[in-house]
Each structure stands twice: as structure tokens, then as C-alpha cells.
Design a protein around this ligand. Sequence first.
Ligand code: SAH
Length: 244
Amino acid sequence: MNLILVRRNEITYSSSAKSQARVLLSDRRADHIRQVHQPSLGDALKLGVISGEIFNAQVVGISEQGVALEWDSALGVPPPEALPVVLVLALPRPKMLRRILQSAASMGVKEIWLIHSYRVDKSYWSSPLLDYEALMMQLQLGLEQSGDTIMPTLHLRKRFKPFVEDELPALVAGRKAWVAHPYDAEKAPMPSDQPSLVAVGPEGGFITYEVSKLMDAGLNPLSLGQRILRVETAIPVVLTRLFP
Ligand code: SAH
């Protein structure tokens, strides 16, 4: 946790010095601060307000009840820039999904669509790990890791065809759009900072029908080279190729 993330409704403001903000943490964040940061009173920690700025907060209390932090809310800096990319991802195995969401969030992805695909096991959709709150927690862990405050949006689509036919074309509009596919594909495109969309297949890959439907929606196949990468590797590789 390189950044302590707090919600606006957890913050209280000093009645004498209006910009003096304070939070008392007593959950996993407090445990983390006590066990990992092990600060002394007066030490500084990085604190981010979800959807807001990043501050240098001072540890003003450490006790069994929790950890109290204070900062000057006039001295914030903005979070790091987001990647201008929409990630469309065939639903990975739930255990992998957690790590994949964390790492995508930590790389600055702000819009993720999890979709069904032929080679996605239908049972994945009913996993308790797919609980929306649990998924948002993984995204938050990614932000805490990378020092960002802007939560990605997450969309789940249990049917491939209606998504690709009815929703995908609008997402593609105004973007460079790619489907990562090891076969019959152009080599990875030249890097750019243009708004982009990239689709990554499931462990078993997209089937030919799906690749052609994705191409009908305006996606171009792209190859990351001869080696077939696991999904959790393919995502960071494609993102760094597109946005070095
Ligand atoms: N077993 C599948 C590979 C799936 S790899 C097959 O042989 O088709 C999982 C996903 O990662 C793929 O659907 C693709 O989106 C991406 N990927 C992995 N390696 C890639 C590569 N070399 N080029 C482009 N995409 C790749």
C-alpha cells in the first residue's frame, strides 16, 4: 500500500483551521500502517482521497483504536495520468481475475469490460469472487499500489454477441481499436498516446468466429510476437507497447 486511500465521507475538518483535514483509520489500512510502515508520531505518509488529490499526511495518533492522520487539504497534487484505453477482457478464471484487475488498475486502466466468450467456462460467472464489491476492492488495491485515486469503472457482460454488436461499436468510435490475437495478425502497432481500445481473449483464446465479429465491430488484430503469453502477461505487454 504505497498510498493510503480514504473516502471523502471519512474526513473531518478542523473548526479552527478550515483546510486542516483529519481521518481516523481502524480497518485494514490501520493494520497495514502499523505493521508495514511502522511510523512514529509526526512521520509523513502519502494519502489519497478517492476521486481526488494526493497529500502528505502526518501521523498524529497511533493506538489500539486506530491510526489518526492529518493533512493540509490546500496542498494536494493531482493523481498520475490515466491510460487512454478501454480494456475489453474475456472473463478470466476468478482467481486470476483478482490479480489481473489489480494489475490493470495499477497500470492506469480506467475502463474495463469483462465479457463472455466461447472458451470462458460458464461457471466463472457465478463465482462468489465475482461479487461487484469484491472486484472493486481489487481495483482499489491496484490504486493503493500505484499511488492513484481514480477508481476504474467496471462493466460485466455475460453475452458476447449482444455486447459486440450493440455496445462495442460505440466504444470503438474515436479510438484505435485492437484485438490481441497471436495468429494472422499485424505485429504490434506503433506506440501512441491516442485513445485506444484493446480486447484480450481467454486462456483458450478467442475462437475464429469471435475474432471476425470483433473485426466487424472495428477492431484490428494485433500480435505481440510468436510467443503465446498468459492473459496476465499479455495485458501489461500490450499496454506498454501501446503506451510506452
Ligand atoms: N491458447 C490460446 C492462447 C490464448 S493466450 C491460443 O493458442 O489461441 C490468451 C490471450 O492473450 C489471447 O487470446 C490474446 O488476446 C493474448 N495473447 C497472448 N499471447 C499473444 C500474442 N503473442 N499476440 C497477441 N495476443 C496474445
